[in-house]
Design a protein around this ligand. Structure first.
Ligand SMILES: *Cc1c(COP(=O)(O)O)cnc(C)c1O
Length: 383
C-alpha cells in the first residue's frame, strides 16, 4: 500500500440514503446530487459514478472545474448543473457540453445568450432569485431586465429552471425567514408565469428544507449532506425522530477512513510523549504510531483528545498530532501488532468514530470536516 491511509465509500449505505431521500420526496420529484466540495470530501471521481450506479441522473456542482471532473468521471451521460462559479471564457465549453448553470446577474445572462447564438446551441439556464439569503440571485427589481434579455435571446436561451436557496432551513430559529423566502419565491414565479415564461423546473430545497418543509420540494430537490449519511443539524435529526420514534437512524454514513499501525513503542511511566510536555505517561505504556497527521486533515486540535479504533477497541490519541503522524494508547489491546487496521472515522466492530464527535472536539461542522479531507487520500468503493 503506497498511501498511509485511504477512504472507503460504502455502496449499500449510499443506496439506503438515496432510497430514504426518494421516500421523502415521492416518485415525481427529481433528486439532484450535490457534489460540490469534492463530493463533501468523498471524492468526485469515486462518489459520482457510485451515485450514478444507484440511479442518480442529475448532479449539482459549484464550479466549472468540478463539472469538468464530473464529465470525465462518469461512464454514462447525465445532467450537470453549475450553481456558482463559471467564468465567461468557459461559457462556450459549458453550452457545448449541455451543462446547465445558474444565472444571477445580467452580464452572465447576456453573455450566455450571445455565445449560444454564435455557436447555435441553446444555453440552459436556471434563473436564481434573491429571496433573502443575500448571497447570489436577482432582486425582484431586476426582473424586468431579465425578462427582456430572455425575450431578446429567443431560442438561444432555454429557461431550464427557476430557483433559490434558503438561509438556514436546518434551524427552527430561521423559520420566519425561510417562510418569507418561500413567499417571495412564489411571487416571482407567479410573475414569470403571468408574463408567459415557463421554467421547466422549480427548485429551492437543500437537505434541511426537504426534511422540514415538504412544500419546498417543487420539481427538484438539491440534496448534499444527507446522501452522504449525515443530518444537516442535530435539530433536523431530532425533529425527524420525534415524528418517527420507532425506527433507528434511517441514514447510514458512507465513509470509513482507515490507516494502519506503522510501529509500536514502549514508554516508561513518567516520560513525556511527543513534542513538548502536553502528555506525561501516567503508567508504563504501549503506544502505536499511526501515519496520519494534520497534513491529511486530522486536526491538530485533536491532540490528546481524538479517538481511533483498533481491534474493536476505542483508544485515545496521546500527545500532539504531528504533520504526518500521531500516537495512540494501545496498552490495553491484547495482541496488538504492527500493521493492524486503524479506523480514524467510521466503523469497526461494535464501535464507531463519528464525524460529529470529531466536530465537537475541533468545533467544526460535519460539512467543514468532511470537505477538508484532502484530495490526495485514495478513495475506493466497498459493498
Ligand atoms: C450546498 C447547496 C445545497 C445542498 O445543501 P445540503 O445542506 O448539503 O443538502 C443545495 N443548494 C445550494 C445552492 C447549495 O449551495
Amino acid at each position: 500500500m503506497h498511501h498511509s491511509s485511504y477512504i472507503e465509500l460504502s455502496k449499500s449505505a449510499l443506496q439506503q440514503n438515496i432510497s430514504f431521500i426518494r421516500q421523502q420526496v415521492g416518485p415525481e420529484v427529481r433528486i439532484s446530487s450535490v457534489i460540490k466540495g469534492n463530493a463533501y470530501g468523498h471524492g468526485i471521481e469515486v462518489f459520482a459514478p457510485l451515485a450514478q450506479a444507484c440511479g442518480i441522473d442529475h448532479f449539482s456542482v459549484f464550479s466549472a472545474d468540478e463539472a469538468q471532473r464530473l464529465l470525465e468521471a462518469l461512464p454514462a451521460p447525465t445532467t450537470i448543473m453549475i450553481m456558482g462559479y463559471l467564468d465567461f471564457p468557459e461559457l462556450e465549453w459549458a453550452i457545448k457540453n449541455g451543462i446547465e448553470f445558474f444565472v444571477f446577474d445580467l452580464q452572465r445572462l447576456s453573455e450566455a445568450a450571445r455565445v449560444a447564438a454564435r455557436i447555435g446551441m441553446p444555453a440552459k439556464v436556471h434563473i436564481e432569485m434573491e429571496t433573502g439569503m443575500n448571497r447570489t440571485g436577482f432582486e425582484a427589481l431586476m426582473l424586468d431586465q431579465v425578462e427582456k434579455l430572455l425575450r431578446d435571446a429567443g431560442q438561444s436561451v432555454l429557461l431550464q429552471g427557476l430557483c433559490t436557496h434558503f438561509a438556514g432551513a436546518e434551524s427552527y430559529q430561521n423559520h420566519n425567514r425561510v417562510m418569507t423566502q418561500l413567499d417571495r419565491f412564489d411571487a416571482m414565479r407567479q410573475r414569470f408565469l403571468k408574463n408567459g415564461f415557463r421554467p421547466k423546473q422549480l427548485h429551492t430545497a437543500c437537505s434541511a428544507a426537504m426534511m422540514q418543509y415538504p412544500q419546498t420540494h417543487l420539481d427538484m430537490v438539491r440534496v448534499g449532506i444527507m446522501q452522504y449519511g449525515f443530518w444537516p443539524s442535530p435539530e433536523t435529526y431530532s425533529s425527524y425522530m420525534s415524528r418517527e420514534p420507532h425506527i433507528p437512524d434511517p441514514l447510514s454514513r458512507l465513509i470509513n477512513w482507515k490507516s494502519s499501525i506503522m510501529s509500536l513503542k514502549h514508554v516508561a511511566q513518567g516520560d513525556y510523549v511527543g513534542y513538548g510536555t502536553s502528555y506525561n505517561a501516567p503508567r508504563d505504556m504501549l503506544l502505536a504510531v499511526v501515519p496520519v497527521g494534520y497534513a491529511w486533515g486530522y486536526s491538530r486540535s485533536l491532540s490528546n483528545q481524538g479517538q481511533v479504533l483498533i481491534r474493536g477497541h476505542k483508544v485515545g490519541v496521546v500527545g500532539m498530532v504531528n504533520m504526518n503522524g500521531m500516537m495512540v494508547d494501545v496498552t490495553d489491546i491484547p495482541q496488538v501488532q504492527q500493521g493492524d487496521e486503524v479506523v480514524l472515522l467510521g466503523k469497526q466492530g461494535e464501535h464507531s468514530i463519528t464525524v460529529a464527535s470529531f466536530a465537537e472536539l475541533s468545533t467544526q461542522l460535519n460539512y467543514e470536516l468532511l470537505t477538508r479531507l484532502p484530495l490526495n487520500i485514495p478513495r475506493c468503493v466497498v459493498p
